[in-house]
Write a protein that binds this ligand. Structure first.
Ligand SMILES: [Zn+2]
Length: 100
């Protein structure tokens, strides 16, 4: 079995040492593990937290980034998301708005 060449890899997926794509965490999976929402990071330095509200259970967590636009820099291609296991959404921090 051969893996995916580096230049063809999805930046929102993880690959093992042999280049085999690893299944991403989903919204349902993150919830099951106790996450209370998502942490959102933009490469411009802005970050925030968001609840799972309205997100489909089978949506891969990294792909939530595709639905977001950074309110600070206006870009949508520099955002990453991961499950928030730290605590409840506080409402603090920069806001990211949905593009839907
Ligand atoms: Zn930004």
């Amino acid at each position: 079995m051969t893996g995916v060449p580096k230049h063809l890899r999805n930046p929102r997926r993880w690959y093992d040492a042999e280049g085999i794509e690893q299944p991403p965490a989903t919204i349902a999976n993150s919830r099951a593990h106790g996450a209370l929402g998502l942490l959102v990071f933009c490469e411009c330095g802005h970050s925030g937290a968001m609840p799972f509200d309205g997100l489909p259970d089978d949506l891969p967590v990294p792909d939530v980034a595709l639905r977001l636009v950074c309110s600070a820099c206006g870009r949508k291609d520099r955002i990453t998301t991961r499950p928030n296991f730290a605590g409840a959404h506080t409402g603090a921090g920069p806001k990211l708005r949905s593009v839907e």
